[in-house]
Design a protein around this ligand. Structure first.
Ligand code: NAD
Length: 474
């Protein structure tokens, strides 16, 4: 089966169109191939109203029953993985295998949240009080997701929020709305009307949502700059907030690594999804003793790896997802060139109007250059020499971001000791990009505010409630 045309929003259990539409481009050609509804302010009100009405009953549906619906949702997505993956490649650009793995990761998250229990605590200290502390859902959640992992990062919100008894209005990025609109259609009959609403729209829809008084909580994934605007808007009525924002992750490579083993892993940790990953390696600190040897291996990989249309056999890295981001990355490369930095360019890329950028390594640029200081979110990676652990830890931590990091060393104890000194929410040892639904993910510093995943992630969609009962003393 393939999905053709006719992308509609899910509002109050109905599939609805809008008066206006947005073009959706295939980034491998730079040309539009479909249109998505551009939600009006009235339709947003209707979605929030439907979610508020549904909340009155959904919050009292027993947890196990809500979780059974998540399991059914997971099965429906798994049954449609091939068609969804093809659509994903068309709108997002990532090659088909990576597209499939994104859908299946969403399935795994839904299944994992179908298992998580929320503990109830009782306090009975024999002092005349018996207290039960439980957690209650917040209400209607406003969920906003970006274009780099449009399905996963939406399901990371849907699964815990709905399991916890909230209802939701979700808006995917205007650059990648289609998969989530189709998923809305696929899940329409699984959840009661109004529990999950999925809308799409242009740049003005996000601010309308965050300012809407009907939401109790905003769960936002996107850039730090937008996250700050969301936080300002949420302050009006103290909406609860989870912000998963940008990163400029450092990886540290110690001199004792097996270079042939780690080079391809480090390469994919930086460039998978054409480097458009919040937790990609964006600054690679390499010990002086192995700098040249690792640089040679990474340069060879850059020249070998095929960059092209994700729908073509053999493509490893697709295009940049959208024109705005393409221009940003090209400006960063031009700036590096203008500064006289030494660039190592990978395999040539198609020149067909698609948003293709060759893999680009920058040979030991100064620490204060833009390519080191800014989150590139595209295939340009600075390789940076270091000599001492204290020095590299200080350089890695010298960032406003604190999302994740990696340490590569044959001496795992040494690597863990270095990891503990990094000011980030996640650190990988001899691996990268790993995420689990049972493990909290929380950016430090300006990379985030709040937690996703695990029980902690689910509790972000709940508030504790303590009930005090007097207890006669014996
Ligand atoms: P973005 O901030 O431009 O957009 C994210 C979403 O916010 C989109 O749906 C957009 O339409 C919406 N939006 C835009 N302006 C808004 C406003 N004023 N109010 C409310 N919503 C608004 O981010 P992007 O370019 O789509 O995504 C890339 C960024 O996301 C990178 O910085 C990346 O590091 C970050 N990211 C973070 C994580 C994480 O988990 N920490 C994961 C993926 C991406």
């Amino acid at each position: 089966m393939d999905f053709h045309g006719n992308y509609r929003m899910l509002i109050a259990g109905e599939m609805v169109d809008a008066d206006r539409s947005l073009d959706v481009n295939n980034p491998a050609s730079g040309r539009p191939f479909a249109a998505a509804p551009d939600c009006s302010a009235e339709q947003l009100d209707a979605a929030v109203d439907a979610a508020a009405r549904a909340f009155r009953t959904w919050r009292h549906v027993p947890l196990k029953k809500r979780q059974a619906m998540l399991l059914r949702a997971a099965d429906v997505l798994a049954d449609n993985v091939d068609a969804l993956a093809r659509l994903f490649t068309q709108e997002q650009g990532r090659p088909i295998e990576g597209a499939r793995s994104e859908i299946m990761t969403g399935v795994a998250w839904l299944r994992a949240y179908a298992q998580i229990d929320v503990p109830v605590q009782t306090i009975d200290k024999g002092d005349g009080q018996w207290i039960e502390v439980s957690h209650v859902p917040l209400g209607v959640v406003c969920a906003i997701s970006p274009w780099n992992f449009p399905v996963n990062l939406s399901i990371w919100k849907i699964a815990p929020a709905l399991a916890a008894g909230n209802t939701m209005v979700l808006k995917p990025s205007p650059f990648t709305p289609l998969c989530m609109l189709k998923i809305g259609e696929l899940l329409r009959d699984i959840f009661p009307a109004g529990v999950l609403n999925i809308i799409s729209g242009g740049d003005e829809l996000g601010p309308l949502m965050t300012a809407h008084p009907g939401f109790a909580k905003i769960s936002f994934t996107g850039s730090t700059a937008t996250g700050k605007r969301v936080m300002e808007s949420a302050a009006q009525d103290l909406k609860r907030l989870t912000l998963e924002l940008g990163g400029n992750d450092a990886a540290i490579v110690m001199p004792d690594v097996d270079l042939d083993d780690v080079a391809p892993k480090i390469f994919m940790g930086a460039f998978f999804n054409t480097a458009q990953i919040c937790i990609a390696t964006k600054r690679l600190y390499i010990h002086d003793a192995i700098y040249d040897a690792l640089k040679d291996r990474l340069s060879k990989l850059a020249r070998m790896i095929k960059v092209g249309d994700g729908a073509e056999q053999g493509t490893v890295l697709g295009p940049i997802q959208n024109k705005r981001q393409f221009e940003r990355v090209m400006a960063l490369i031009d700036d590096a060139r203008a500064q006289g930095l030494s660039l190592i360019e990978g395999a040539p890329v198609p020149e067909n109007g698609g948003y293709f950028v060759p893999v680009t390594l920058v040979d030991n640029p100064p620490e204060d250059s833009r390519v080191v200081q800014e989150e590139a979110f595209g295939p340009i990676l600075p390789l940076l020499r270091f000599s001492h652990v204290d020095e590299v830890v200080a350089r890695a931590n010298d960032s406003e971001y604190g999302l994740a990091g990696a340490v590569w060393s044959a001496d795992v104890a040494q690597a863990v000791a270095i990891a503990k000194r990094l000011e980030t929410g996640t650190v990988w040892i001899n691996q990268n990009l790993k995420m689990r639904p049972d493990t909290p993910f929380a950016g430090h510093k300006q990379s985030g505010f709040g937690i996703e995943n695990g029980l902690e992630g689910m509790l972000e969609y709940m508030a504790p409630q303590a009930i005090y009962v007097p207890k006669p003393q014996a």
